[in-house]
Write a protein that binds this ligand. Structure first.
Ligand SMILES: *Cc1c(COP(=O)(O)O)cnc(C)c1O
Length: 490
């Protein structure tokens, strides 16, 4: 469906404000945008997953700051021609390269409603904050946390992990650390070699330094080796260091592995260490009866970081940090300058505020798209999305095993499959990197690469709710064809 040619008068704002002089013309333009985006989502499967951006398109972003008014219609045409066709492709059913969510149409509408309200969720007493509080209570329920747990929505798991490191720091050093800083104290933390790089960045940003993060080796299933962890802890204590935090992974980026969370919880309790879990995408497996047992022990954690924008398919961005001890969480961040004074009544009531649980003061209404996604689809349906992705991962693994030209490189715990093309002599690493780039440029599917035990792997992360079994076969057929084409040309 295409809309009629642009005939209306150009967008004009009223002389007194930024609102349109003609609301009716604005309304019509808005309806066209909505129609176009609905067409875009409905027709995704027929579009290339990704296409390289032509030089003219890239060059069009070089225009200087516009000083004079422009037309809304023209700006929208720029969006249609320069932006929309050159996205990363994560909305597409055959985007399988990285752990990214596909978004959802309900979340898209919620984003428009949220922008219309333009609520600031730093604090004060208003309904949008109750929406976020409800999302946090639902998150506690999903994770198996007590109702007294606290939480806050943030950009993503990177920031959520940083918040967890800072709360763990307060637990280890007391509230004085907020005034006195680390003061030379040698705190050390632990995670596995497979942990996401943002854990190391969190240690950097929190002032501990990345060297204070011990990377514990993994077993053959890419899970942290708990006996090596215990050894390293004893060694560090003997050296006079102060261990304070262990970060487990529930769903690693490279292979989807889940650490032994119950074992980690038990060890952390015995050793008086803060137990944090990076469950960026894995947390959603709590909603899938088939996968939930893998996460046994998650509810015992002191804190959990996860994203609604990955497996929960909420549009970017929407991450979440949950902390079992809500008082300690607030004590780690809350400040009350006079201009943020809390009152018992009026608009400044409703303590604690979301701003008390993290570094942000002004905050958007991220909660609405999460709330509407959960209300409209229901948690069980999101659990089915998780189950289906895991089933597709097993189908993919079966197909890889059935093809003599392919070799599986890692066990499949959840939704990530790593393998490579081996029907060739010579440098398999560069051949597999070329196959992946060939597929990306073809627009047929987007895989990525990673290193598994030092070997270049084709990595497939199945996250998108639109992916079907036929997409798995389209992917494998395209990989085989690209590999054989390259071998024939060599
Ligand atoms: C994606 C991811 C992160 C980072 O989360 P962002 O939302 O991108 O900040 C951290 N850990 C894991 C395991 C991830 O998959």
């Amino acid at each position: 469906m295409t809309h009629q040619a642009h005939t209306d008068s150009v967008f004009q704002s009223s002389p007194e404000s930024l609102d349109p002089a003609d609301w009716q013309a604005f309304r019509e333009q808005g309806h066209r945008m909505l129609d176009d985006m609905v067409d875009f989502l409905a027709g995704l499967r027929e579009q290339p997953v990704w296409q390289p951006m032509p030089a003219e398109v890239r060059g069009a972003f070089g225009e200087p700051l516009p000083r004079a008014p422009g037309d809304l219609h023209d700006a929208y045409q720029d969006f249609r021609q320069l932006v929309q066709p050159y996205g990363v492709g994560n909305v597409h059913p055959r985007f399988m390269g990285w752990v990214q969510g596909g978004g959802n149409p309900v979340g898209m509408l919620a984003e428009m409603l949220a922008a219309g309200l333009n609520a600031n969720l730093g604090g004060r007493d208003h309904a949008p904050i109750e929406v976020e509080r409800q999302v946090i209570r639902w998150s506690a329920e999903m994770l198996g946390f007590p109702a007294t747990a606290s939480g806050v929505l943030v950009t993503g798991t990177s920031l959520a992990n940083l918040i967890a490191v800072l709360v763990a720091r307060t637990r280890a050093l007391g509230l004085e650390v907020r005034r006195d800083g680390l003061d030379g104290r040698a705190l050390v933390a632990y995670t596995s070699t497979e942990a996401h790089n943002c854990v190391s960045r969190a240690m950097d940003m929190a002032g501990f330094g990345t060297a204070a993060l011990r990377l514990i080796p993994c077993d053959a299933n890419h899970r942290m080796d708990l006996s090596l962890l215990a050894e390293r802890l004893a060694q560090d204590r003997a050296a006079g260091l102060q261990p304070f935090l262990v970060v487990g992974s529930a769903g690693t980026v490279d292979t989807g592995a889940v650490d032994d969370l119950r074992g980690l919880a038990t060890l952390c309790r015995a050793e008086s260490l803060w137990f944090h879990v990076d469950a960026a995408f894995g947390a959603l497996a709590m909603l899938s009866p088939a996968q939930r047992p893998l996460l046994d022990g998650l509810g015992e954690a002191d804190s959990v970081a996860f994203d609604f924008h990955k497996w929960a398919q909420v549009p970017y961005d929407a991450g979440c940090i949950m902390v079992r001890d809500g008082d300690l969480h607030a004590a780690s961040f809350a400040t009350q300058p006079a201009y943020l004074r809390r009152e018992a009544r009026g608009l400044a009531a409703g303590h604690p505020w979301p701003a008390d649980f993290g570094p942000d003061l002004s905050r958007g209404f991220r909660a609405l798209k999460v709330w509407m996604t959960l209300k409209v689809y229901g948690a069980d349906k999101l659990g089915e999305v998780v189950s289906r992705a895991c089933t597709l991962a097993q189908r993919l693994l079966e197909r890889v095993r059935a093809e003599s030209a392919l070799e599986a490189l890692a066990p499949v715990a959840l939704n990530v499959v790593c393998f490579r093309f081996i029907e060739a002599d010579g440098d398999l690493d560069s051949l597999n990197a070329d196959i992946v780039a060939d597929l990306q440029e073809s627009g047929v599917a987007v895989p990525s690469t990673t290193l598994i035990n030092g070997q270049r792997a084709i990595r497939i992360a199945l996250v998108n709710h639109r992916t079907r079994e036929e997409d798995i076969h389209i992917l494998i057929d395209a990989i085989l064809a690209a590999g054989r084409r390259r071998v024939a040309q060599a």
